[in-house]
Ligand binder design. Sequence first.
Ligand SMILES: [Zn+2]
Length: 164
Amino acid sequence: MGRLRSFINFISTLIAFFGLMFVMFVAFVAFQRATHAELIRFGSAVFGMVLLLAAGVIATRHIKKMLERRRPCAHGVRSGKEGGCQNCFKEEQQRRADVEAREAKRVREQETKKRAETLRASELNKLRKMWLSRSETYFEMEPQQFELSLAAGCPSLRSPAPSD
Ligand SMILES: [Zn+2]
């Protein structure tokens, strides 16, 4: 079954190939026998067909786009998306405002995070300096500061200073 099919494929390809060769041969002979006027007519016909084809493609695209634009919007207004529908206009405005608000929020959050990060770093730095100067400060710390000090890995907390 598969062998027969591939054989048929092979034969049809062969026929198509020789058919094309034949057509080209006939065209070649016709061109050689053709008069100058006939050749010009043939050339203009081909040129005209190509032109028509191109015009058709462009026109089809244009018409499609136009129809798309004229299609009624969700509120049933023709050309609604082109500014003909108040509701669509409002929705678009709302959508843009939402996007802007979300972006602004994101930027704000990022800034807050960065500021907190900086503050934390400077606070830890301050505490570190304090510990290096005197370890009694632990007893004067607020609980929050003490937690921070643990997070900072204060050297005298991890390994108690040797008593004298
Ligand atoms: Zn609309």
